[in-house]
Design a protein around this ligand. Sequence first.
Ligand code: C2E
Ligand code: MG
Ligand code: MG
Length: 294
Amino acid sequence: MPASNTAARRARGDPSPPADFDRRAEMAERRRLLHDLREAIARETFVLHYQPRLSLAAGTVDGAEALLRLPDRRRGFISPGAFIPLAERTGLINAIGAWVLRTACREAATWPGPATVSVNVSPRQLHDGALLGQVTRALGESGLAADRLELELTESMLIDFGEDLLFVLSALRDQGIGLALDDFGVGFASLATLRKLPLTVMKLDRSLVRGLPSDREDAAIVRAVVATGHALGLTVVGEGIETVGQRDFLAAIGTDQGQGYLFSRPVPAAELRQMLRSQGASASAAPRQALTSP
Ligand code: C2E
Ligand code: MG
Ligand code: MG
């Protein structure tokens, strides 16, 4: 804002901050975040946490989702919701996504047993054509078997998909890589879309799980969605499970797997590795013993 405007405002005794004060603060914050993202890419200082995904019938950890964190001196970690949109807009997501894939595959290759690792993919990675090469490289470098990697896609990236997107997804699937539809139930993917794409997993969005088991409408919707997922041959996963009631309802209607704070928050890599190790040890001592069954 020009100094004269500020002076005029002061002269009027206007105490409220001018609108462009907020805008400038926002822009400064954005510049700082962009700088931090570039630094984190150059120095490889991003961190992945892993949230276990459990079989609802057996209570065992079948896999884990890699969730990105940006370390911050003041705030500890910045969560992806705060920086992924900016990384998308600026194209930095391609470098970040490549790092996530490399790191998650390298980590999963050290896990005892066959647990899968799920990696979130941004629309831009898919549409810029970078994904196939990034995945091939990450698998090649880590030695991880392709069927232990799953990519999480969102409905928004699949609407109006063209032949090229279908080609990329089919090429990934042909290698044995799993393809999950994340946050299902909040987007606009049609059943026709679900049928045409080579998906393997449907993840029910947290907003569908929240009202369970008491909200009758939510319960009816979830029942129908789980049945639809199964009719399409998909493994169905409930996200954001926080209560025993939610878990029991989802298990009773045949939902295959669950993820949520009830079982575990996203944890550092070493902690997840330890969880898998102790599960392996207790499985050989007492088969089918659940890891966490509150
Ligand atoms: P998402 O893929 O749907 O991941 C699940 C989010 O829900 C995670 O938030 C997780 O911490 C949170 N969550 C899990 N269980 C519960 C629960 O029981 N209750 C509640 N309230 N929340 C739960 P997070 O880690 O903040 O990630 C947010 C989103 O950021 C992710 O949603 C995903 O869309 C995106 N994201 C995370 N990592 C990456 C990445 O490496 N690449 C890309 N492109 N996006 C990522
Ligand atoms: Mg996800
Ligand atoms: Mg999700």
